[in-house]
Design a protein around this ligand. Sequence first.
Ligand code: SF4
Ligand code: SF4
Length: 178
Amino acid sequence: MGTVRVKQVERVKSGLWEKSYIPEIARGLGVTMKHFFTNLNPSVKKRQIFTRDYPFGPADYYPERYRGMHRLMVREDGNVRCVACMCCSTICPADCIHIEAGEHDDPSIEKYPKLFVIDELRCIVCGLCVEACPCDAIRMDSGVHIKPFTDRKDAFFDRDLLMEHGGMSMAKQGGVRT
Ligand code: SF4
Ligand code: SF4
């Protein structure tokens, strides 16, 4: 067995002045004030204002893997790729995907979603539904930033709306995306 090396750290003794937290509070306020006045002055080049005028001024840059509004992908014939397998709704930790399956006319496709609704207000944007889908039917790479809702019912995104933001996917089931 190897030797375990232990480094002993001296306990810093603090006096009454340090224990009152006054110096640290003053130091913290100093940093805040420095940033405040730096950002307030338009002539200072080093301004770093990260505040967005949300929702009126959404961010002009989203990272490549940003998880935006869900979208449902379609097949070459324009029909929804989803086969109502329920994998996404089963894995969803927020229990916000509601699917009702219907029998497909095409015998090679067993089922399709008669009803597919996501409650975007309950969604915690974890992306597990996308990971769980075996046929690349649901994605969150729409690049659409979900706006706040003023009416609760607007938060329910149905199949047709989700397909509007979709696109064609030629992915093989459980295989490579194109
Ligand atoms: S992103 Fe997460 S919480 Fe939202 S619908 Fe998908 S699995 Fe559910
Ligand atoms: S996991 Fe994919 S195929 Fe299955 S129900 Fe969800 S979106 Fe449809």
